[in-house]
Write a protein that binds this ligand. Structure first.
Ligand SMILES: Cc1ncc(COP(=O)(O)O)c(C=O)c1O
Ligand SMILES: [Zn+2]
Length: 402
């Protein structure tokens, strides 16, 4: 298992001990990254060692925190070759526990919370992180306090309640939920597992980077398209690539990292287009892709830096384009994607049309969640866009435009 040497601030470089729970850098609020003794690991930790290991993200144990695992089968998801575009792969994160890639981050964060003896965890969430926390907290025997917008997809609320979490629905966005957690956490003795406010969710998410490399035979793709809210997976994958280079598993080449957001909430795209190093708060965020409804990413400075260093870009797609892509993927690939994941396909098409990508560029599109978690959202959208009278259901038959 991986021994963490220290936690390092991504802004000022200060070091902190991982022997006790840490949040963000007390000097400057910078995100903390776990650092391992990679130089030493390089001597014996080789890709060949992975053969036959557990088919979960914990197969990369040497570069993950050392503790008794809280695991329910997260990670090592399929890398599907696209049937439509021969050089494209779809990394299908919808097969994770709780139906989204959020399982990876929360498995790591809850593993460490349990190791630290924390009893109450709180999270502001756009939906899927809440479900994941609720499941992992249940598995760990820890209490979960969940704050999410009142209009989250139904599955997220039902899951959290079923896992036995304390669920609070908030009349607002994830940013409003975050304010409530920040105000109440000291008094209520909650440990805050908000995106990037503790160091281990990014450790779980980074395993997507290891998997991309392993599943492509230790050759990184030309590009990765990642639906971006808080951007943890993007940061995590970039961290993984750096670690793998230090381990001697990949060379200095990097995929072009592409953020896709929804036109109804695109703070990173706006900052990128304006050439800024940080993003502004996006007012009146509104999109059917609930996970992309993040008006301000805490790690914006890291996301924008990665886009620049990798020769990537940021692009916004409309909700109509997302829905069209969602239906298309289902019918052409047999993949029922979350709207956030379908945004990757919409972005890929646009970037092919603009010439940013050539037909033979190997591009990995992240489907970050399962469409099954959005049945109410998808159905409502269908009913809204369906012309003519609404469908009428009767016992013994269906009458209407089905
Ligand atoms: C399905 C899905 N995709 C993408 C995202 C955005 O993830 P991140 O905050 O890591 O950028 C979320 C966040 O809730 C999500 O639920
Ligand atoms: Zn700092």
């Amino acid at each position: 298992m991986g021994v963490i040497l220290y936690l390092e601030c991504t802004k000022c470089g200060a070091h902190y001990s991982a022997a006790e729970p840490q949040t963000i850098c007390p000097n400057d609020g910078g995100v903390l990254y776990a650092r391992y003794d990679l130089a030493n690991l390089k001597q014996h930790f080789k890709p060949a060692l992975l053969a036959g290991r557990v088919a979960s993200m914990w197969r990369y144990a040497e570069v993950l925190p050392e503790a008794e695992l809280v695991s329910i089968g997260e990670g090592f998801t399929p890398m599907l070759r696209s049937r439509e575009f021969p050089s494209v792969c779809i990394k299908d994160e919808g097969l994770n526990p709780t139906g989204s890639f959020k399982a990876r981050g929360l498995s790591a964060a809850v593993t460490m919370a349990k190791a630290y003896g924390l009893k109450k965890l709180a999270i502001p969430s756009a939906g899927n992180a809440a479900s994941a926390l609720a499941a992992y907290a249940a598995a760990a025997g820890i209490e979960a306090y969940i704050f999410m917008p009142k209009d989250v997809p139904l599955a997220n609320r039902v899951e959290c309640e079923t896992y036995g979490a304390h669920v609070m629905l908030v009349n607002g966005l994830i940013s409003d939920c975050a304010k409530i957690v920040a105000e109440r956490k000291a008094k209520d003795e909650w440990f805050d597992v908000s995106t990037l406010k503790e160091p281990f969710r990014v450790e779980g998410k980074k395993t997507m980077g290891y998997e991309v490399a392993e599943q492509l035979g230790w050759r990184l793709p030309s590009a990765i398209i990642y639906p971006t809210g808080g951007g943890v997976g993007l940061l995590g994958m970039w961290k993984a690539f750096q670690e793998m280079e230090t381990l001697g598993w990949v060379g200095p080449e990097r995929p072009r990292m592409v953020c896709v957001q929804s036109c109804g909430c695109a703070p990173i795209v706006k900052a990128w287009d304006e050439g800024r190093a940080t993003a502004e708060f996006w007012p009146d965020a509104n999109t059917l892709a609930a996970g992309l409804r993040v008006p301000k990413a805490y790690g914006d400075y890291l996301i924008l830096d990665i886009l620049k260093k990798s020769g990537g870009t940021a692009i916004a797609v409309t909700d109509d384009e997302i829905m069209e892509a969602l239906n298309h993927w289902a019918r052409v690939e047999g993949v029922f994607a979350a709207p956030e994941g379908a945004a990757s396909l919409a972005a890929y098409r646009k970037l092919r049309a603009s010439g940013f990508f050539a037909a033979d560029d190997t591009v990995v599109l992240f489907n970050t969640g399962s469409g099954l978690k959005y049945l109410d959202v998808i159905e409502a959208r269908k009913n809204r866009s369906r012309s003519g009278p609404p469908a009428v259901r009767q016992m013994g038959g269906i009458i209407g435009p089905y």
